[in-house]
Design a protein around this ligand. Structure first.
Ligand code: BGC
Length: 691
C-alpha cells in the first residue's frame, strides 16, 4: 500500500466488527464503492434461462440479488413461503390462515423456525414467508397466506414468525401495505384515510418491524394514488422514519416497480427479481442528478447491514436431512390439529367413537384431493399429502369399513351414506377457486366475490344428510364460506382450511376424538355476502373504511354465522372471576387483567382465552371492542387456571390525523374476557379508567 493511502474496510472487516463499529465500517465501505458497485446491490439478477424455467417451475431455485465477487459480497438468496419453503420438496404446513386459527404464538415460532431451517438447508437465506396483510374481505384470493382479519392477532403471529425464522435467516414481511384484492393487485388504488391506515392496516407491520424483521416487501397496489414501491409516505415517513426500521425494502416481483426515480426517492432499496427500473436506469438517473447519490448510499447501507447481521447466523447442521424430516412432519400435524375449528356439533354428533362404528361413508371430491393451497408463489410441493380419506383410513384401522364416493353421482353417494353408521362430507374450495392469480394461459386462483359453496356441493351434502343423521361436513378453503341454508341440515361442521401435508391425519384425529378440537376462527364467517364491505375484484379504486370484520358486525349490530374467535370443543370451559389490577392507570401505565378458566367437562383440552377492550366514553368514533390479548391454555378435566394479560394504556390509543399523534384518552375503558368475540361468549366484564 502506498504511504498515506487510505485502506478501505473489506467485507471481512465488516463481519468481524460488532455494533457501532460495524455500522461505521459499513458506511466507510459504501463510501468507497463505485456507483456501479452500489447499484448492483440494489436489484435481483436472473439469467434468461432462469426466467424461462421459472415460467414452468416457479421458485425452482432461490432468486439472487446483489452478489459482488470482487468485493466479496454474498447475494441475497430469496425464496417464498408462507406455508413452507417453496423450493424442491419441502414440508407443507397448514396455510397461515389455519395457523392463525391456532392462536398459538409458541407453535408459530417453532413452525417458522422449521421453515427457516429447510430454507437454509436448500441454499436460501432470505425468506418471504411472513405475510401479514389484513383480511378486509374474506373473498381475497390470497386470504390463505395471512393470519386473519385482526391487527393484533396478525401482529402477534407475524412477530412469532419473524422470531422463529430469524434464528437462521432474514425474514421478509409482506405486502406493505393494504394488499387484499388479488385480481386487480397490479393497478388498484386503495383510498384510505390516515386514521384507518394507522389503526387498522399498519399496526401488525409495525409489530413485525419491532421484532427486528430484516426486510419488508412493498405491495403491488397503490395506496392513495402512489404505487407502494414508490410510496414515500409509507416507506420513508412511516416505516423508515417513525418506526425506525433499519432493514431493507424490496419490491414485489414483476410489475412491483414502475418507475426508476419515483421508486428510488420513494424509499425502495431493492428491485426484484431483476433490474428493470434500477440497474442501468438508476445509474443514469443518478448521473443526471435526478436521484441524489445519498439515496443510493442509504439503500446500500441498509442492504449491507442486513447481510452482515445474518452472515454468520444459524447452525452447522443444515442439509437435505433437515428438509421434510419427520420432526417437521410432526410439527405440521400439530399445527393442523390445533387449527381445525369445530363450528357446529349438534347432539354430540362428534366425535365418532371408533369402537362404536363399523361403517363410515366418506363423500366429496375434496376428500381424496391433496388440497393444500393455491398454485401461486407460495406453492409448496411436499413429498406426500395425507388427504382426509387417507387420514380416516390411517386412523380408522382395519375394523372400520370406509366407503368412498366422490359425489359426482349423487345417488351413489346417497346410497353409501344411507347404509353407513355415519357420513363425512368434504366440500369447499381448492386452487381452482381461489389463490394468487399467476399470469399464464390457464386461469388459476383469483378472488371470490361470492362466498357460497358450489351448488353441486350444497346439493351433495343435503342429499347425504337427508339419509344419515350423523352427517359431518368438513370444509376446506382459505377463509370464510357461507353456511346459511344448509347448516341446519347437518350434525357437525369442521373448518379444516388447507391443512397441509399431514392435514388428513389431523382431521381424522378430531373426527374420531383422538384430539379435542381447539381452533378458533381468525375471520368472521358471515351469514350472507351482504353483511360484508363491498368487494369488487376488478376495482380500479376502492375505499378501505375504518370498519371491517367483527368491528363492522359489532358496529352495525349484525349477527354473523360464526363470530371471530369462535370455535367449539368436546369439553366445556367455564369463565370465572375477572380481576382487573387497578381502577385507574396513567396514560403511560399498564395493568394486569386476570381471569380464571375451568374445564368442567369430561375431556382434557386447550382453550384460547380472549381479551377485548371497549371504549364506551370515547370522544371519537371507535369500535365497540377490539382484541387486545389472547392466550392458549391446556386444561385437564376438573382443572382450572388463572390467565393473566398485561394491558398497556398506550396500546389503547387512537390516531389523531390532525395532530399526527397517537392519543390515549383519559376516560373509561371496558374489559371483556371470554371464548369468542360474540357478546354471549364474553361473560367476564369489568372496567378501568385512564387518568
Ligand atoms: C407475490 C409475492 C412473492 C413474490 C415472489 C409475487 O407475485 O406477490 O408474495 O413473494 O411474487 O415470488
Amino acid at each position: 500500500m502506498k504511504r498515506g493511502a487510505v485502506r478501505y474496510p473489506t467485507w471481512v472487516d465488516v463481519l468481524e466488527a460488532q455494533g457501532e463499529q460495524r455500522e461505521d465500517l459499513i458506511l466507510r465501505m459504501v463510501r468507497a464503492m463505485t456507483l456501479r458497485q452500489k447499484i448492483r446491490q440494489m436489484a435481483g439478477r436472473m439469467h434468461v434461462w432462469e426466467m424461462l424455467v421459472s415460467v414452468f417451475r416457479y421458485n425452482f431455485r432461490p432468486f439472487r440479488a446483489g452478489e459482488d465477487r470482487k468485493l466479496g459480497l454474498p447475494p441475497l438468496r430469496f425464496t417464498d413461503g408462507p406455508r413452507g419453503v417453496a423450493l424442491n420438496r419441502s414440508t407443507c404446513f397448514p396455510v397461515s390462515m389455519a395457523r392463525g386459527a391456532t392462536w398459538d404464538v409458541d407453535l408459530e415460532e417453532r413452525v417458522s423456525e422449521a421453515m427457516a431451517v429447510e430454507a437454509r438447508s436448500q441454499g436460501a437465506d432470505f425468506f418471504g414467508g411472513v405475510c401479514v396483510n389484513l383480511l378486509r374481505h374474506p373473498g381475497w384470493g390470497r386470504a390463505q397466506e395471512t393470519f386473519g382479519e385482526d391487527p393484533y392477532l396478525l401482529g402477534e403471529m407475524g412477530a412469532a414468525m419473524v422470531r422463529g425464522a430469524q434464528r437462521h435467516l432474514m425474514a421478509c414481511v409482506k405486502h406493505f401495505a393494504c394488499n387484499s384484492i388479488e385480481e386487480s393487485r397490479f393497478y388498484v388504488d386503495v383510498r384510505v384515510d390516515e386514521r384507518t391506515l394507522r389503526e387498522v392496516y399498519l399496526p401488525h407491520f409495525r409489530r413485525c418491524v419491532e421484532e427486528g424483521a430484516a426486510a419488508v416487501m412493498s405491495a403491488y397496489n397503490r395506496v392513495n394514488g402512489q404505487y407502494c414501491a414508490h410510496n414515500a409516505h409509507l416507506l420513508r415517513d412511516i416505516l423508515k422514519g417513525e418506526w425506525g426500521f433499519r432493514g431493507l425494502v424490496m419490491s414485489d416481483f414483476v410489475l412491483g416497480t414502475r418507475d426508476t426515480v419515483r421508486a428510488a426517492l420513494g424509499g425502495l432499496d431493492v428491485e426484484m427479481p431483476q433490474a428493470w427500473y434500477f440497474g442501468r436506469k438508476l445509474l443514469r438517473a443518478v448521473r443526471r442528478g435526478k436521484v441524489p447519490e445519498t439515496v443510493v448510499d442509504e439503500a446500500v447501507t441498509r442492504i449491507l447491514r442486513q447481510k452482515a447481521r445474518f452472515a454468520r447466523l444459524g447452525e452447522e447442521d443444515y442439509g437435505p436431512h433437515r428438509v421434510a424430516c419427520s420432526e417437521h412432519a410432526d410439527l405440521a400435524l400439530e399445527a393442523a390439529r390445533k387449527g381445525v375449528v369445530l363450528l357446529k356439533n349438534e347432539g354430540g354428533t362428534l366425535p365418532l367413537r371408533l369402537g362404536e362404528l363399523s361403517k363410515l361413508a366418506v363423500v366429496g371430491r375434496l376428500a381424496d384431493l391433496p388440497n393444500i393451497g393455491d398454485h401461486g408463489s407460495s406453492r409448496v410441493r411436499p413429498p406426500y399429502v395425507v388427504t382426509v380419506l387417507q387420514g380416516l383410513r390411517n386412523r380408522g384401522g382395519k375394523s372400520l369399513e370406509i366407503v368412498y364416493r366422490d359425489g359426482r353421482d349423487v345417488a351413489e353417494a346417497r346410497e353409501a351414506a344411507g347404509s353407513s353408521d355415519a357420513c363425512v362430507v368434504v366440500v369447499g374450495l381448492s386452487a381452482r377457486d381461489e389463490g394468487e392469480a399467476m399470469p399464464g394461459p390457464v386461469k388459476v386462483g383469483g378472488d371470490r366475490e361470492d362466498l357460497s359453496l358450489r351448488p353441486q356441493d350444497v346439493r351433495l351434502l343435503e342429499e347425504v344428510a337427508a339419509v344419515n343423521s350423523r352427517c359431518v361436513v368438513v370444509l376446506e378453503g382459505g377463509s370464510a364460506v357461507l353456511t346459511a341454508g344448509w347448516r341446519d341440515r347437518v350434525g357437525a361442521i369442521l373448518m379444516a382450511w388447507y391443512p397441509g401435508m399431514e392435514g388428513g391425519n389431523a382431521v381424522a384425529d378430531v373426527i374420531f376424538g383422538l384430539v379435542n378440537p381447539s381452533g378458533k376462527l381468525p375471520v368472521t364467517f358471515p351469514e350472507d355476502n351482504d353483511q360484508l364491505p363491498p368487494f369488487n375484484k376488478k376495482a380500479r379504486s376502492v375505499e378501505y373504511d375504518y370498519y371491517h370484520g367483527y368491528r363492522l358486525f359489532d358496529k352495525r349490530g349484525l349477527r354473523p354465522a360464526f363470530p371471530f374467535g369462535f370455535g367449539l370443543s368436546y369439553t366445556t370451559y367455564e369463565y370465572r372471576s375477572l380481576n382487573i389490577g387497578a381502577e385507574e392507570i396513567e396514560a403511560d401505565g399498564s395493568l394486569l387483567v386476570e381471569a380464571e378458566v375451568a374445564n368442567v367437562g369430561p375431556l382434557a383440552g386447550e382453550e384460547v382465552v380472549q381479551l377485548y377492550v371497549g371504549y364506551p366514553a370515547s370522544e371519537v368514533d371507535r369500535p365497540v371492542k377490539e382484541l387486545k390479548g389472547f392466550a392458549r391454555i391446556r386444561l385437564e378435566p376438573g382443572e382450572s387456571k388463572r390467565v393473566s394479560f398485561t394491558l398497556r394504556a398506550k396500546d389503547l390509543a387512537y390516531y389523531d390525523p390532525e395532530s399526527h399523534r397517537w392519543v390515549v384518552e383519559k376516560t373509561a375503558y371496558d374489559v371483556y374476557v371470554g371464548a369468542s368475540s360474540a357478546p354471549e361468549d364474553l361473560p367476564l366484564r369489568g372496567s378501568f379508567r385512564v387518568v
